[in-house]
Design a protein. Structure first.
Length: 321
């Protein structure tokens, strides 16, 4: 009697590689994510193709695309693997003074600039065997990083497109301030504001932001002469020039000290912006991640001050102002 062919179930390591390949669309990057060499990752892909009798990833132009079979497999496998990891992690106690763990944090540039020194000092003191990978992003990219498991925690202005299984905690609403070289005149009126040349934080490279939208509503406009990708670069742009920049208050306070800048209350500013912390259901009960979230909240409150009860707004730390 003929027997039906026996299909072996792929081992967990291969399934983890498949998820990494599906999300990275790049063999080398997928291998690096799992601490595998490029030959090992390529060999794993070959075994996956044999296991599922499908090419899984095919080259189209300069990039790899998932086949329809791979899309269906990813939709079935990825959430189950994350749930399995969550269950295993939840059953594993975490002792910060003794255990090793890698934390992946995604932040808006403004929050990272202000928070990193305090957070890193806390981690080195309380969890000396743990390490931290911090990636910067904005309300467009951080939710995607969180959904795909590239980060375990997102922090800053996060917008409205978080994963459906995300947990959210608003930590603080921040006001805006105006930075300038102290040798230049203060900015007291809207007319002064529009007459000055402006620097803008612009991760995407455009030279228009939230302030420009507000001015447009009043029939006014300003001139943005330079856009930079991070708040730290303002310390190189503003000193010795007549430029001004509208920034979140917690960034302004630190830049004013480091670059010896003057701080004004802007005559035109967006509404206070919500900064929040978000994580997925898969990380919710993980003892290490729960401990880390507690450290992040304490460090955040120590740097930025306690939360203020304001409604969420459309402005954000990762957005251009």
């Amino acid at each position: 009697m003929n027997q039906a062919p026996h299909h072996h179930v792929a081992d967990l390591n291969l399934l983890r590689l498949f998820v990494a390949l599906a999300e990275e669309r790049h063999v080398t990057r997928a291998g690096e994510r799992l601490f595998l060499s490029q030959p090992a990752a390529s060999g794993g892909l070959k075994r996956l193709r044999a296991q599922f009798d499908d090419p899984l990833l095919v080259r189209q132009g300069s990039e790899l695309r998932l086949t329809p079979r791979a899309e269906a497999l990813y939709a079935a496998i990825a959430p189950r693997l994350r749930q399995l990891d969550a269950e295993v992690s939840a059953a594993t106690p975490f002792e910060p003074g003794r255990d090793a763990h890698s934390f992946q944090l995604g932040c808006t540039d403004a929050v990272a600039f202000a928070l990193l020194p305090t957070l890193l000092a806390r981690l080195r003191q309380e969890a000396p065997r743990c390490d931290l990978s911090m990636r910067t992003g904005d309300h467009r990219t951080l939710p995607t990083m969180l959904a795909q498991g590239e980060i375990g925690l997102a922090l800053g202005f996060l917008g409205q497109d978080l994963p459906a299984n995300a947990r959210l905690r608003v930590l603080r609403h921040a006001d805006w301030v105006l930075l300038r070289d102290p040798a230049t005149p203060p900015v007291a009126t809207v007319e002064d504001f529009c007459a000055r040349s402006h620097a803008l934080i612009s991760p995407r490279g455009d030279l228009s932001g939230l302030v420009d939208a507000l001015l447009h509503q009043q029939g006014l406009q300003r001139r943005v002469v330079v856009g930079v990708s991070s708040f730290a670069l303002l310390s190189a742009v503003l000193p010795g020039t007549d430029l001004v920049a509208t920034v979140p208050d917690f960034v302004g306070e630190r830049l004013a000290i480091r670059a010896k800048l003057a701080v004004d209350q802007p005559p035109v500013a967006p509404a206070p912006m919500p900064n929040a912390m978000a994580w997925t259901e898969a990380q919710d009960r993980d003892p290490a991640e729960r401990w880390f979230r507690g450290v992040v909240v304490e460090a955040f409150n120590g740097v930025f001050g306690p939360a203020r009860a304001l409604p969420a707004t459309a402005g954000g730390a990762g957005q251009a102002a």
